[in-house]
Every structure is written in C-alpha cells, then in structure tokens.
Design a protein around this ligand. Sequence first.
Ligand code: T1G
Length: 697
Amino acid sequence: MALHTEATRGAARIITFENPPVNALGIAMVGELLAAIDAAENDAAITTIVFTGSGSFFSAGADINDFLREPPKDAKNIRDLCARIERATKTYVAAIDGTAMGGGLELSLACDYRVATTRSKVGLPEIKLGLIPGAGGTQRLPRLIGAQPALEIMLKGDPVDAKRAKELGILDDVVEGDVIEAATKFAGAPRKRVSARQAELGIKGLGLFAAPFAVATAHKMVPPEDRGGFAAHKLIDAVEAALEFEFQRGLAREFRLFDELVRSAPAQALMHVFFAERELGKIPELEPAEPLDIKRAAIIGGGTMGTGIAITFASAGIPVTVVEPQDDQVERSRQTVFGTFSYHVQRGRMTQEEAWQRAQAIEFAKDYSAIKDVDIVVEAVFENMDVKKEVFTKLDATVKPGAILASNTSTLDIDAMAAQTKRPELVVGTHFFAPANIMKLLEIVRGKSSSAQTLQTAMALGKKLRKVSVLSGNAFGFIGNRMFFDYSREAIALAEEGVSPSRVDAVMKNFGMAMGPFATFDLSGVDVFWRIQQDRGDAVGKRTNIIDRLYQAGRYGQKTGAGFYKYEKGGREPIADPEVEKLFAEEALAAGIAPRNVSDEEIVKRLVYALVNVGADLLQSGIALRPGDIDIVFIYGYGFPPHHGGPMWYADEVGVANVVADIKRFGWDVSPMLAELAQRGQALKDYRPSAKELAHA
Ligand code: T1G
C-alpha cells in the first residue's frame, strides 16, 4: 500500500502524504518521497513540486517508533529528504492543511514557499520527546524568523496557529479555501532557499553582536542538564550554531547533537511516556461499546474538590449543577469559580465573554430534585463510607435511570457504593486529583459490575475534560494513592533513621520530583493520611506514630500553618522545624532505631523502589493494566520527573535485577512478580498480564 499519491496540476506535481493517522514520515514513507522527487525533477513538464497531506494532518513528523529501534542499514530519513530538496533544481511548495509538526514542518522549511489554511497549526515539539529538531529545523527556523522567536517556539514545543505563523514569517500565505490552489500560484516562482539566509537574532534593536549574551541568557533560563534540561541546552547550542556558522556547518552541529540525544536515557524515557499515554485508552478484553453522550452533569458537594470538578466540566462546555446544602459553602464555591475564570482572563487564556459563559454553566442547588435529568453525577462529599453510601442510595432513587453514578473517592470501595443502588453496572470511580481543574490525571475505577459502556463513557469523558485517564481496578487507594502510601511510609522511615525531612525532600527534588514527600504530606494534609490510617490501618502496613503525634498536635500541614514543616502565616514555603526532628528522634529511640548516615543515592532508591515494588504487585493483581499506566499516573498525578519515564520505566533503566538486589538489601519483601522478572532477566516493559490477571482487572 503506497504511502503517498501523486497528481499533476499544470506544471505542478502534487505529492500527497497518505499515511494515517498522522502522515508520519517514517523510513518507508521517506523512501517513496525520494523516488517521487527524482521522478518530478526528471520530468521536463514539471516546474514545481507541491507537498500536502491527507486528512487533518500535513504530517506529525518523523515516525517516533523509528527512534526506538535500530534503523535498517542505508535507511533514509527526513534529513535525506530535506537534503534532496536543498540540492534540487525545481521550486518546492508546502501546502499545509491541518497540523505540521516536527519533521513535517522541517520538510516545509526546506521548501521555498509555505502556504496553509486558517485551521492549520505548525510546531517543532521535539523537546517534549527529549530531542531537538533533527532535520534542519534548528538551522532553518532561526534564518526564517530570527533566533530568539525560533528558540521560544522550539523550547516550548507548543504548536503555533496559522495566523501567528504568518505574522512570524513562517508561512508565506494563509488561505480559507483550497490550499493546493494557493500553492500552485507559486508554480515556477524562483527558488527561495531558507538556507541561503543569514540568521538574525530577532530581538528588536539588538544585532548579532548581542548573540553571545542572548545565548548565555537562554542557557540560564532552562533547567540544568540532569534536571530535565538535557535537550534544552543542546537546542540552544544548535541555534547558536545557526547564528555563528554557515548553513552546512550548522547543520552538522545539529545532526551531532540530535544523534547524541536520540539514544539518551531522557529521550528514550520521554518517548516511552508519549506512547504510554496513547496506550491508556486501549483496554484489553473490554468489549467495544458506544460511550453515552454526556450533555449535563451534577456534582454532589461544593467543597474544594467538588468546585474544581465543576469548573472542569464547565471548561469542557458541559453544564453542571453543584448540589450543596450549606449557603456559606455555596458562597465560597461561587467565589472560587469566579476567581478561577477571572484569573484565566487576566492570563489571556480566555475572553471575558468566554469566562462569563463558563461561570454561568455552573449552577448551585440545595437538593437532588434539581438534578434528576442529568447524564452523570460525580459524588465529591467527605471521604467517609457511611456518608457516601447514603448519597448513592439517594442518587439512585432520584436521578433518571441510565444516568451514570460516579464517585470521586480517593481510597474507598466502589463496589460498596454500587451495592446501594439498583444500577451497579452504571457505577464507576472518577478519582480527580487536587486541584481538580488543574491536575491532568484522572483515575477511572472499574467496579466489579461496571459495564463496558460505563467504562468507555468514563474514558471518553476524561478525554473531553482534557484529562489523562488511567483505568484502575477497585482496590484500596487504586493505583496512585496505594503506591504513594508505601512511598510516604519509606520517607518516614528515613526520617526515623535521622535523615531530616528537608534533606529527603531536597534529594527528591534534585532527582526531579516536583515536590518532596514531606512537603506533599503537608499540602494534601497530615489529617487526611491520619484518617486513612485510622480507617484502614491494616491496608497501609505498619502504623506510623509520627502521624498520630502530628495529628494530636493539630499539625495538619499548610492548612494549619504547621505539619512536617512550619509555614509563615498564610505562606506555602516549607520551613524546617526542629520540633519535628525532635519528635522523629523520640519515635526512633522508642522503636530502637539507631541514627545512621544515609547517602542521597540510598534515599532515591528507597523511595522510588518502594513505588516499583508495590507497583509490581498492582500489575500482578490486575489493578494496573500496564507498567506504562503506572508511569503515567505518577508523572501526571504525583510530579514524577517525565525524563525518568515514571517509576516502572526507571526500574527498567536501572535494571530489574539491580532493583531486586537493593530491595533485598533494604530488608523488604520483594514483589513476587519483580523477583520472577529478575530471575528471568526480563524487564518490566516485557511484562504481559496473564489471562487470570486480566480477568481480575
Ligand atoms: N510517530 C509515530 N506515531 C505517531 C506520531 C509520530 N510522530 N504522532 C502520532 N502518532 C500516533 C499515536 O501514537 C497514535 O497512535 C496516533 O498516531 C494518533 O495520535 C526529525 C525528530 C500530532 C498532535 O512530536 O503530538 O519529527 O495510539 O492520539 O490527539 O526533527 O499525536 O492510534 O496507535 O496523539 O490527534 C515530532 C507527536 C516527531 C508529534 C495528534 N512530532 N504527535 O494528536 O492523536 S520527532 C511530534 C503528537 C521528529 C524530526 C524529529 C500528536 C498530534 P495510536 P494521537 P491526536
């Protein structure tokens, strides 16, 4: 099956990419295009070659799969394609209708002219994969629009819409209608190679003399190499080459930097994350079912979570009613809604009109009669089973048959709530993360009776709410919180051995975590952990007395101005508190734990391997479907550094056998699945759930 088609309009040869879903320019595709170019170059009747893409993509760039395997000998890639166009004789035009990203945009930059439709977007997102543009983008874009604006686009990696791309000078023309027609207007026009231009700095009033200063400033503005900045610094080096060197020499520098990155651990980890995120919606063994159409929603409880969830629905254009009996709570919730949307207006993320409409999409009601016709209800009341059972009983009696009843519980048993209803097949967990309107992660919890249609509806809704949705089995703490408990408990064990909370947090931040475990405790609330320890002591393993003592002292964390840290009045900056270290020392003494010197390396290992060990159990028990799902949960829900790929990918990077050896050295029970993989010399990514495990999932 050919991956492109060819047509002729006058003296123009129209080459259309036909490689769904995103017209990726993989090795096979490049081979075809090189042949097509040769044919057009040798056709005397042809003066101009027009590239375009089928569907809503020009091209999403190189086939990322090609970077995860050894390419066949003599394989040609986008670089070769751009080099062929560079030395060609005829005029080349890119006719973009839809998305042109990465190598797709680089191909168009190698062309002489670029036209696009108004709906089009262009971008160089390679940095999100731990890469840099590797087919001339770092040399041609600075020449076309200036080094500074080019660097901004490549460092962010976000697409630019057609209007902005024209303003910047990336596009020669933007049209409403037939982009091919617009492109053929350039037929026979003189060649206009971008490579022939001199790259300017692109900063008003500053000439090339300021380049060294601009480059130095750029290096200061990106994270250090070992903290996720690996590709960013190389990108700046490549753009510096565009400013300093003639085109071919700059290109050689780009290629060298790209080749260094593509095999690097951060890039391999980030490409794993790319595909792991796209695997989430593929649920083995789940019958296909048409998702229900969610036109109207309701939230039970107008607290912090309920309000954040309501804002999320309204922001996705789904009208929502918040059922909240207490007037003061309704007032607080209204204020949060308006505050959130006006903040987005201030940041230019939406117009006043849009903010008004979204805020109007959130209504408040005192009782359930107002929500009997909604399509889904998300319960977000106090984390107590009796309270939740009562809510589900009332909902089942009030809301129309066929409506989905979901719970935002973060730990409790979905089946117990479903048992309160006559529609257990329509009950599911939708575990949002605080703040719900910001955090991208959504755990979809499958009850034993949840139907395929209910699950497909919840997954589709997650996409509509612009969330990253991960399916979890119904067990205590689901995936994220279940693993986070072991992680937190190991942090407390380290502090009992004399490692100060601030050092543990500093080491984990240096590893790349968005926040250390103790600061996270204080943000989510020591009282929340205490209550769960109260309700489910056995499920969270050995009781940690320090939590009891902090709770009894009213040290709930940021909300009470003190927890594992103390805080300035209303402040969020954690301040080390000797009082807490004294508490730890007393607990250690009582437990006969002697203080010891613990290296930074051991701190990272104990905390990350605590995640890996329980993660492996969740895979074996079918609570988590794939190691990649767990990685996505921790990257989007718990601030795990994406350039380490997530805890399970990190374990493979280190080597499962090494992880198991250390776990034994720490004196923990090794997860049977992990021990088995280590014995077989296999990696977690080789893990495939058995039929029994899938049946449990
Ligand atoms: N390579 C391979 N597969 C890709 C792909 C790509 N570049 N882009 C998407 N897919 C697959 C994806 O896995 C999914 O597969 C399906 O297409 C639909 O994707 C030399 C080095 C374009 C914005 O980084 O950001 O060029 O799950 O679900 O939500 O300098 O895909 O259906 O089997 O994401 O509409 C640079 C990556 C490559 C863009 C569309 N390009 N893609 O989003 O669909 S490196 C990128 C995206 C490069 C050169 C360099 C998004 C999208 P499946 P999807 P979507």
